[in-house]
Design a protein around this ligand. Structure first.
Ligand SMILES: Cc1cc2nc3c(=O)[nH]c(=O)nc-3n(C[C@H](O)[C@H](O)[C@H](O)COP(=O)(O)O)c2cc1C
Length: 173
């Protein structure tokens, strides 16, 4: 699929068919994620794939915006390795590259999934302690997102976007 088409057509999917993902599909998505750029090619990301119904349901418990996990046949939990100290002092660039690196990887995963006919939803509504406990996430890693994944039941319309002439600044802000 053409990259621009994938970018423009991708939607957050919140209704899924029960069809499980093949192992090879999961691996292909993570390979796409791993081709994202990362500072110093640090690749500080790890991906936990979950298809256990009880765990998926547990990730929704007590959350407001994660109910698609009750339906989705799978989800990734994307974790980033945080250095002990910020990379640079405040004001000298972004403190932790690992969040940007992981976000780039997530977007690659979302677009690759869309190109393969899969749907995803990026979920920021999670309890870090619950994820750590359920998934055995080591202390030096932090979960940055849960990504629901599965074949879409339907594809919603595009959500409105701020127009380019509002967000693009030429030369000066
Ligand atoms: C960092 C981040 C966190 C998000 N968290 C949630 C979430 O917790 N629950 C949810 O339903 N959607 C979540 N979304 C999806 C956004 O609501 C969605 O991307 C936005 O409304 C635009 O819609 P679209 O993805 O279909 O273009 C999140 C997206 C991002 C990037």
């Amino acid at each position: 699929m053409d990259a621009m088409k994938a970018i423009l057509e991708r939607r957050s999917i919140r209704d899924y068919l029960p069809t499980p993902l093949e192992r090879s599909e999961v691996e292909e998505l993570v390979e796409a994620a791993s081709f994202a750029p990362s500072a110093h090619n640090g690749q500080p990301w790890e991906f936990v794939f979950i298809d256990d119904r009880e765990v998926l349901n547990a990730l929704n418990e007590g959350r407001k915006y994660a109910s698609m996990l009750l339906q989705a046949p799978g989800a990734f939990v994307v974790c980033a390795k945080f250095p002990e100290k910020p990379r640079l002092p405040k004001g000298q660039g972004v403190e932790y590259f690992c969040i940007q690196d992981s976000a780039a990887a997530i977007q690659n995963l979302l677009l690759a999934a869309h190109a393969k006919g899969l749907g995803t939803c990026w979920i920021g509504d999670f309890d870090e302690d619950v994820l750590r406990e359920l998934l055995n996430i080591p202390q030096e890693y932090a979960p940055v997102a849960v990504i629901a994944v599965g074949y879409p039941k339907y594809t919603p319309n595009a959500r409105p976007r701020r127009p380019v002439n509002e967000i693009l600044h030429w030369g000066k802000f």
